[in-house]
Design a protein around this ligand. Sequence first.
Ligand code: SF4
Length: 412
Amino acid sequence: MVYKEVKSMKKKIELLAPAGNFEKLKTSVLYGADAVYLSGKQYGMRAFAGNFSDEELIEAKEYCKNNKVKLYATVNIIAHNHDMKGIEDHLSFLNDIKVDAVIISDLGIMNMSLKKFPGLPIHISTQFSAMNYHTVNFLYNLGAKRIILPRELSLNEIKEIKANTKAELEVFVHGAMCMTYSGRCMLSFHTKNRDPNKGECNQTCRFKYEIGSTDIPEGFYIEEEAKTGTYFFNSKDLCLIEHIPEISESGVSSIKIEGRMKTQGYLSTVVKTYHDALSLYYKNKKTYKYNPEWLEELSKVSNRGYTTYRFNDIAVQADQNYRSGKADSTHDVAGIVKEIIDRKYLVIEVKSAFHTGDEIEIIIPEKRTLDATVGEIMDVLGNKVERTNPNQIVLIKHYKSVVPGSIIRIKK
Ligand code: SF4
């Protein structure tokens, strides 16, 4: 299968996906991630993702090992003095369970890790804002294996950095953007006393503002704001699906999908789409052609509009979404296939209500998405039902090639 072909190819760029909890980890792996990043219950910059207890981290490492997927653990808060004792214990634990790398942004934590756990590979978080090869080489010479570059770099800058360093590089290709350099924002601290550098961001940049200035005769920076206010700080989401060949040839080792808070439905679509594009590219670089259906797929899941941001050197006003701070999608996840009974029935965990007769799409790992119409629905007692409810377990007929973990999607 394509998935296996690509996994076995040498020098393929790594597809790195988020895992906010164990179910999401399984989804990222099932849909084609070569590596996942996740966090323990503390120190990992996404305080409101489910995250992993120590027992779950041990299980996650085992699961990844069995599936030949790498596991990177984030320890990328900007630490205060009182955080450090707990961090040493946590690094010691991650070292013991042999995670493939820890993601760090704080030099004190890096120093501690290098001294106490020299065998534990270090990836420098995007939060560090390593914007040039001097900084990248400084971190590499200190002992970092990989540098995760800021989202604010262009392709030309990335290539120049690679030409001047031996460090592995990782870049973001998809997901939410900050209005600041990542890791340099205190907005939600000021509005809600929540520390964004400990993963508690409340998305203050997505709020609506009326921004006036006494230095501008009309009062407002943009005339429209005077009437309606505007989502002034709200960046569109990054999407580089059209640029797989340039990124793959830039010399970076890994491409990363943002979103430890995102749902399994989101992950299945985004990871699969980038995996499909990479599969096609590495199958035959000469005949590779961008498929516009990939962007259509990505538009079905939660997004704030897409931008390539500074990829082609300059950022413009159109990279911002002034009209709405909300992420929107054209489709909902109706359910997740939990198991298959006797090749006759799909057991579905319902996420959004659906009915007999509804048109659905079934996203299947390693296969084309299937269009179908919901036929008979049964509850777990075998009673026929016309309509499902969220969190209910129901049975529908089995469709060939659907496997556990497939996602059922429905147009809104
Ligand atoms: S408020 Fe916006 S810019 Fe600041 S950390 Fe949160 S998402 Fe990023």
